[in-house]
Design a protein around this ligand. Structure first.
Ligand code: F6R
Length: 205
């Protein structure tokens, strides 16, 4: 593991984006694992800039996102599908058929988890996985105590997580009670992991 301390958010985003850009140049059909949340937004901005300048292309890139709320419509402001469109996919030359976000609206959620794992495995493994981290150390919706062998699974959101996320919804009742998340199994199988963390509140994690 290499720990890179940066002087600010912009430098952190730039350094992380450089690793991803290099990967994309070396392998044009790279498999990128992507995260939502506030931290990677700066990285995505740098990738959008590089794509607009013609330095990188997403034409053959495949993406696999970490997580999604269960039962939320894809055009809801808090949907991670919408987040990815708004912060990356709608601004680069990616083929949306090659982008994957877990299906939180599936009628058979267990089947959706199994199919998501099969899709990841059909790609071999993730080449570069982008991660944020929660203040308590959560990755995706995997809480620190979750086991390393888990594939994609359904998580009951704790009251703490729902409370923390309620600021993004009109009220606590609107905050979903479950989420679908990639497990640490496929995350840890990624060839490279770029974890971005910003701010004192993340230092302990
Ligand atoms: C989102 C995700 C979450 C976030 C974490 C940190 O896909 O995986 O685990 O990375 O909650 O969120 P921010 O970056 O908003 O502090």
């Amino acid at each position: 593991m290499k720990l890179v301390v940066c002087k600010n958010y912009d430098e952190m985003s730039d350094k992380a984006a450089r690793i991803i850009k290099a990967g994309m140049i070396l392998k044009n059909d790279i498999v990128l694992g992507l995260a939502t949340g506030s931290t990677p937004v700066g990285v995505y901005k740098k990738l959008i800039e590089a794509n607009k300048e013609g330095k990188i292309s997403f034409k053959n890139v495949r993406t696999v996102n970490l997580d999604e709320y269960v039962g939320i419509s894809y055009n809801h402001d808090q949907s991670y599908h919408k987040f990815m469109d708004d912060n990356l996919f709608d601004y680069v030359d990616i083929d949306k058929k090659n982008t994957h976000v877990p299906d939180g609206r599936a009628t058979d959620l267990n089947r959706a988890c199994k199919e998501y794992d099969e899709m990841i495995e059909s790609y071999g493994s993730i080449d570069i996985q982008v991660l944020g981290i929660g203040q308590n150390g959560h990755i995706g919706f995997n809480e620190p105590q979750s086991t390393f062998s888990l594939g994609t699974h359904i998580v009951d959101l704790t009251e703490n997580t729902r409370e923390a996320n309620k600021r993004f919804f009109n009220n606590i009742d609107e905050v979903p009670t479950k989420a679908i998340t990639m497990g640490t199994k496929h995350i840890m199988q990624a060839k490279v992991i770029v974890l971005v963390a910003n701010g004192k509140n993340k230092a302990r994690a």
